[in-house]
Each structure stands twice: as structure tokens, then as C-alpha cells.
Design a protein around this ligand. Structure first.
Ligand code: UDP
Ligand code: MG
Length: 310
């Protein structure tokens, strides 16, 4: 039977969470009285999660497996889940149970009221370091200010997407993916549901600082040209300062002031301009590297094993 709801969970070394995830999702979804499926995407796990997913898929045909040939990253894993999902509504949820499956009922409620995107908004977070909270808060607010699409504050990937949105997103095959931004970009009617983000059920975060930084950079470069514009403004400011400074120095020298003697001023000016230029080249490089990745046109992921067809 064709499912009404598809629940997608990306899995990267979550062996201690998987069985509980399945049990809790089953309990909640059976309440809806509608057919559902749970798409578990194994993103190159090495801790036995793969075997657990296989077992779950054998035991319950509503569990579908998508097993990657290696680790491709969280956002790609969710994308694969969307490719394989068959439901009229798709719910993305973390496998570590930080997103309580019970909240799915509230998301579904809003979907039934006619909203196409229902995102769960973190009102509270449990069991996270102050560093994670502070960087996350800064991240969401920066993204909000400098990107062209308005991505709701404090929302992760925990959300419900109507089939319409999923079908559009399936045609967006960019390599560097920031799914929250992409679903905001698609548009349609959206609404937030506040929830309390729980602590991790087991294991530890698969998002070290480096990966978080990468995601932040993807979010910015995918949805904003502001960094390129900053480069231009830095150029204007540096040039402007020198246009004012050159006559000032000449005049001071002519009237005999001792103020600007020495190499230090020259050196500082050279270093400053050199720095500005290097930063600008770096920003260009960042965008060009991403253009290169897109041009190569490689597939987003390679699967080694899946439950039947896409
Ligand atoms: N994840 C993944 N591939 C990765 C990193 C993470 O599929 O390369 C999954 C992970 O198993 C979890 C979800 O993405 O289900 C969110 O990751 P995590 O809980 O580690 O992030 P955090 O909640 O700490 O930001
Ligand atoms: Mg987590």
C-alpha cells in the first residue's frame, strides 16, 4: 500500500539509537491510522548500524533501507531519503531522537490544516554545550540577515514537507546542499511548531565544529552574494582611505611636519592592502570551487544496497 507519510532518518553510526527510534516512530505513526514508511538512510556507518537497518527492514516491510557506499554527509543522506520516499507528506527527523517523534503528530495536524511546510522550531534545547548553543544562535541569526531567502530562526531539518515541495526539491541537484534554505526557497504556505529539543538518546554528536563550519559556509554561499559584495566594499574603503590620505601626507610633509616619517606607515599600508586582496581572492576561490563542483556533475551519492526501486 502506498504510504501517506514517509519518515526519513539519516543514520551515521547510531546503533544505540536505532531500535528505540523504530519503536517510538511506530508507536506514534500507528496512532495516525494511515499507512506510513520509515526510510533509514545509512550514511556509511561503521558501528553495526547497517546490519541493524537490514534487520529492521526484514522484520517490518514499512522500514525501507538506503545504504550508502560511504559517508556522503547528513544533507546528502536526507536528500537520498527524499528520492526514495513515496508518501504524500515527508517528515525529516534525526536518528538520535533529539527530535521527539511525538512532535510529528503536531506537524501532521498542521499539514492537515493545509500547510505545505511545517517546521519544528526549537523553543528549548536540552543537553547541549554552551558553545553549541552560542554558535548555533549566531549561525541562525547571521544566515537570516545575509541570505536572500528568509530561513526561519532556530529550525533544523526536523520538518514536514508536502509532496509538492519534495518533487521540486528532487529536481534541485546542487552538490552543496543546505536543505532548510532550499525548502524555504521553494516557497508555499509554511508554519512553525515550537518544540523542546531533547538531549541525544545515545552516542555523541556527528557534527564536530569543522562540519558545522562547512554547513554554515554552504548556507551562506548557496543563498547569498553578500561575501562577494563585502570584498568590493573593502576595496572601496581601502581605496577611499588612500585617496584621502595621500594628499594629507604630502601636505604635511610640505609644511615640514615630522609626523609621517619612516617606513612603518608604508609597510602598514602595504600589509593592509595585501591582506584585503588575499581575503577577496579567498572569497572568490570559495565560490569558484563550488562552481567547479557543480560543473563536474557527479551523482550526489552512490548506494550499495536499497529496498527495491526509487
Ligand atoms: N548524520 C549523517 N551523516 C553525517 C553526520 C550526521 O547522516 O555525516 C546524521 C546523524 O546520524 C543524525 C543526524 O545526522 O541522525 C544529525 O546529526 P547529529 O545528531 O550528530 O548532529 P547534532 O544534533 O549534534 O547537531
Ligand atoms: Mg543530534
Amino acid at each position: 500500500m502506498k504510504p501517506v507519510f514517509s519518515i526519513i532518518a539519516p543514520v551515521f553510526n547510531e546503533s544505540d539509537c536505532l531500535n528505540t527510534l523504530y519503536e517510538r516512530v511506530k508507536e506514534v505513526m500507528d496512532d495516525t491510522q494511515e499507512p506510513w514508511e520509515l526510510v533509514l538512510v545509512d550514511d556509511g556507518s561503521t558501528d553495526g548500524s547497517t546490519e541493524l537497518i537490514r534487520t529492521l527492514a526484514e522484520k517490518d516491510e514499512r522500514v525501507r533501507k538506503v545504504i550508502f557506499a560511504r559517508n556522503f554527509g547528513h544533507q546528502i543522506a536526507v536528500t537520498a531519503g527524499m528520492d526514495y520516499a513515496r508518501g504524500d507528506a515527508v517528515i525529516i527527523i534525526d536518528a538520535d531522537l533529539q527530535d521527539p517523534p511525538e512532535v510529528m503528530l503536531e506537524l501532521i495536524q498542521k499539514w492537515r490544516e493545509g500547510y505545505e511546510v511545517v517546521y519544528a522550531q526549537r523553543a528549548e534545547r536540552e543537553g547541549e554545550s554552551w558553545f553549541k548553543l552560542a554558535t548555533a544562535s549566531l549561525f541562525y541569526r547571521t544566515i537570516y540577515r545575509i541570505t536572500d531567502v528568509k530561513i526561519p530562526l532556530d529550525t533544523g531539518d526536523f520538518r514536514l514537507l508536502d509532496r509538492k515541495i519534495v518533487d521540486v526539491m528532487k529536481t534541485m541537484r546542487e552538490k552543496h546542499r543546505f536543505l532548510r534554505g532550499m525548502s524555504a526557497w521553494v516557497g508555499f504556505r509554511s508554519i512553525g511548531v515550537p518544540y523542546k529539543r531533547a538531549a541525544r538518546f545515545a552516542g555523541k554528536t556527528k557534527y564536530p565544529f569543522k562540519k558545522m563550519l562547512k554547513l554554515a559556509l554552504t548556507a551562506i554561499t548557496s543563498f547569498s552574494y553578500v561575501p562577494l559584495q563585502v570584498a568590493m566594499w573593502a576595496g572601496f574603503i581601502a581605496a577611499g582611505i588612500s585617496i584621502v590620505a595621500i594628499p594629507v601626507v604630502i601636505i604635511l610633509r610640505l609644511i615640514g611636519s615630522q609626523f609621517f616619517y619612516g617606513q612603518a606607515t608604508t609597510l602598514i599600508a602595504v600589509l593592509f592592502l595585501g591582506g584585503v586582496q588575499l581575503i577577496c581572492i579567498g572569497i572568490l576561490g570559495e565560490y569558484i570551487g563550488r562552481i567547479y563542483d557543480e560543473v563536474k556533475g557527479r551523482p550526489l551519492y552512490i548506494t550499495s544496497e536499497t529496498s527495491e526501486e526509487k
